[in-house]
Design a protein around this ligand. Structure first.
Ligand code: SF4
Length: 369
């Protein structure tokens, strides 16, 4: 039987990648994860940049209640993540946006917005509109990026009918004060997570790997917090350095370091679905990170690099591919976990398609989430 290092070498599309052989052996020796792996990709065109601009037309639009405004101006983001979202800066505008999107075929939305100086998104005035949306369109799914909340706010968001709540969990005080420019303790992130988990919503925390200027710092503490509160799933993303300002640059986190964290996360949360979200570096790093995610036994990957479906099949994993568009709507990835009815693409078709294409790696998608 071929070992995993040899097996990776057999996947043509992965040839440009440089893998840490010792780490691959570590993955091979680790207890293997039961269950399959789910890939989310807007069909074959996911591999071309043209598809990324098409994400705005998604069945899962991303909507911002502050437009592009955010008071925090975190060093890794500078509110850039909000720019491509559909602005709906008043409750009336939100209602109009949702009605129009539903008429155009939307099945749900990711609701987000910029934060105030306390890392809170001020959803209060919008909650009656969310309730009205859910009463009129009960099938329309709402995933919300909560930022920090107290118990009362978590309950109000639940009462508005929100299906899934997401927040970035940060485990290092230095990252909170330096990157987020925020004067709140790490404990507030855990308290927010606890308050959300105490509701009936699906709760999906995110950990941004390399959030401390490209360095992993509080990520393990964040894992411990998440392990204490049992949310529905965990999404891992990798810091996207190109948002950072020139005077406070971010390094690109090393692929092997990210891979080792996948293994740590798998060990810390053996029964929780672990998903690799869209935001991660492009090019060779993406090939390596995505391959490590498969080897580590993650449960899902959004927009996999070429060769990754092939690798998962060669490892004997039960592969499902869902044609899900919109890079930002991680809510879709999470809600789709239990959606047995979701349309599926035959993984063998993807592999055949990639092999025909050869190694046109210049076309690997760069997807901001
Ligand atoms: S990460 Fe969130 S809080 Fe920070 S600048 Fe971006 S939108 Fe604002």
């Amino acid at each position: 039987m071929v070992n995993w290092n040899e097996l990776i070498g057999e996947v043509e599309a992965l040839e440009p990648a440089r893998f840490d052989r010792a780490l691959v052996e570590q993955f091979e020796r680790a207890p293997q994860k039961e269950g399959g792996i789910h890939f989310y990709t807007p069909t074959f065109k996911a591999y071309s940049t043209s598809e990324i601009s098409a994400c705005g037309q998604s069945a899962w639009p991303a909507v911002s209640i502050t437009g592009g405004a955010c008071k925090l101006q975190c060093d890794h983001c500078k509110a850039k993540i909000l720019e491509p979202m559909i602005p709906a800066t008043s409750p009336e505008a939100l209602w109009r946006v949702v009605e129009a999107r539903i008429a155009a075929g939307a099945k749900g939305m990711l609701l987000s917005g910029g934060s105030n100086h306390r890392d809170e998104v001020e959803y209060g005035p919008f909650l009656p509109t969310l309730r009205r949306i859910k009463d009129r369109y009960p099938e329309f799914r709402i995933a919300i990026h909560t930022a920090l909340v107290d118990r009362a706010m978590a309950r109000r968001i639940e009462a508005a009918g929100v299906d899934a709540a997401m927040l970035d969990v940060i485990g290092a005080q230095d990252t909170i004060s330096q990157v987020y420019h925020l004067r709140r303790p790490v404990a507030d992130f855990e308290r927010s997570l606890e308050a959300l988990v105490d509701t009936s919503m699906k709760v999906v925390p995110h950990i941004v790997l390399g959030l401390h200027y490209g360095r992993l710092l509080g990520e393990w503490a964040a894992l411990e917090m998440i392990a204490r509160h049992r949310p529905s799933a965990l999404v891992l993303v990798v810091a996207m350095p190109f948002y950072a300002p020139a005077q406070r640059p971010f390094a690109t986190p090393g692929s092997a370091e990210v891979g080792r964290f996948f293994l740590d996360a798998r060990r810390a949360l053996p029964d929780l679905p672990l998903l690799l979200g869209c935001a991660r570096p492009a090019g060779r790093a993406k090939l390596e990170i995505d391959a490590y995610a498969v080897l580590a036994g993650l449960s899902g990957i959004a927009h996999p690099a070429e060769g990754i479906v092939d690798l998962a099949l060669r490892l004997g994993r039960d592969v499902k591919v869902t044609p899900a568009c919109c890079s930002i709507a991680v809510g879709e990835e999470v809600l789709a976990l239990e959606d047995a009815q979701a349309a599926r693409i035959d993984p063998a078709l993807i592999v055949a398609h990639e092999r025909r294409r050869g190694r046109r790696l210049a076309n690997i998608a760069v997807v901001a989430g």
